[in-house]
Design a protein around this ligand. Structure first.
Ligand code: PEP
Ligand code: MN
Length: 360
């Protein structure tokens, strides 16, 4: 992908003074629902009105979208509100129908990006289009697979491109529906700084009360925009009820977000600073998470020691760890003194955990 500047011209040409906003319901449900939400959003910062027409549901038997009928409703949205429209496409038939109905922005969903066959089929069907095409990250945290999809579209002479970061599946239960793995998005930005990147806090969080914080992190990391699922009656939405916000809440979120402006030197400094701080925050969270996991394993060792009735402190093992970590630290630019102090603190916490278990 030699000319990534060209990919963002569609966004730059909009001349926005705020991040790009794509909002609207997870699914188009009825014509009345689609029009009512569109009317609520038409005089806000929303640039593209989204609604899923074909819904990729994890388990069969759930609402799978209204199908092509919904494309007519999106056309009506554009005619009556002037908002541009966006929907997900997952095969050639979807693409043909969406183009016939003049949908302005098509996105490839996370469950499609994982399949090079599907992505290629969509790229072939879209060949040479002047519509905007956004590629959601694959459900698994694989940067090459994500970039591979962008390359397939770029090679099909589709030049108005961008990506949507919607988080990644895990078996482990976390506070997120799909963990953000911010580092992966940061790596992508480092490699393709001009490729527009939109954050989807709805699918990352799965919960509406976490959407603001994730959106703020994304903007601090220089994301170009947000895709936020919006419904006048989120609790009764036919899909993704817990993660949709009302149009009023969306307006409030946009008002409260600290949005960086890059016009003068001061702003540039602040923007760089908040970007670096956001990267530090991501890593600090990982540190705490990792330490928590370490202590859980240590608890397991405590249980074993209790059964065997052995002492908590085993100095050879401890000296081994220290020696190895000092060397590892050196290789990573960390002083021996720092590594020693840090591991003493970690070790002490570990001992406290195990003692609690043995005394219990
Ligand atoms: C959606 O945007 O409603 C959707 C299905 O998203 P994802 O592909 O990220 O799961
Ligand atoms: Mn959804």
């Amino acid at each position: 992908m030699e000319n990534t500047k060209e990919m963002r011209s569609w966004l730059d040409d909009m001349g926005l003074d705020h991040p790009l906003v794509i909002a609207g319901p997870c699914s188009a449900e009825t014509e009345e629902q689609v029009m009512r939400i569109a009317n609520d959003l038409k005089d806000t910062d929303v640039n593209y009105y989204r609604a899923g027409i074909w819904k990729p549901r994890t388990r069969p038997g759930n609402f799978e979208g209204v199908g092509a009928l919904g494309l007519k409703w999106l056309q009506k949205v554009k005619a009556e509100t002037g908002m541009k429209t966006a929907t997900e496409v997952a095969n050639r038939a979807h693409v043909e129908l969406a183009l016939e109905h003049d949908i302005d922005l098509l996105w490839i969903g996370a469950r499609s990006t994982v399949s090079p066959f599907i992505v290629q089929e969509i790229a072939d069907a879209l060949e040479g289009t002047d519509k905007v095409v956004l590629i959601k990250n694959p459900v698994n945290p694989d940067l090459s697979l994500w970039l591979g999809a962008v390359e397939r579209l770029y090679s099909a002479n589709i030049k108005k491109l961008g990506v949507i970061h919607r988080g990644f599946s895990t078996y482990e239960k976390t506070k997120y529906r799909n963990i953000p793995e911010w580092q992966l998005a940061i790596d992508l930005q480092t490699r393709f700084p001009d490729l527009p990147i939109i954050n989807d806090p709805s699918h990352i969080t799965g919960k509406r009360d976490m959407i603001f914080d994730v959106s703020q992190t994304a903007l601090d990391l220089n994301f170009d925009g947000l895709m936020i699922e919006t419904h006048y009656d989120p609790d009764n939405a036919w899909s993704d009820a817990a993660q949709q916000v009302t149009p009023e809440r969306l307006v409030q979120i946009m008002q409260d977000l600290r949005i960086r402006k890059e016009s003068d030197a001061e702003a540039e400094y602040n923007s760089k600073l908040s970007n670096l701080r956001a990267q530090i925050d991501v890593i600090d969270n990982q540190l705490i998470d990792t330490l928590g996991k370490r202590m859980k394993i240590s608890d397991g060792i405590g249980q074993l020691k209790k059964q065997k009735n052995v002492a908590v402190l085993q100095s050879n093992r401890w000296n081994q760890i220290l020696g190895a970590m000092i060397l590892e630290g050196e290789a990573n630019g960390l002083s021996e003194e720092f590594v020693l102090r840090m591991f003493k603190a970690i070790h002490q916490e570990s001992i406290n955990h195990q003692e609690k278990i043995i005394k219990a």
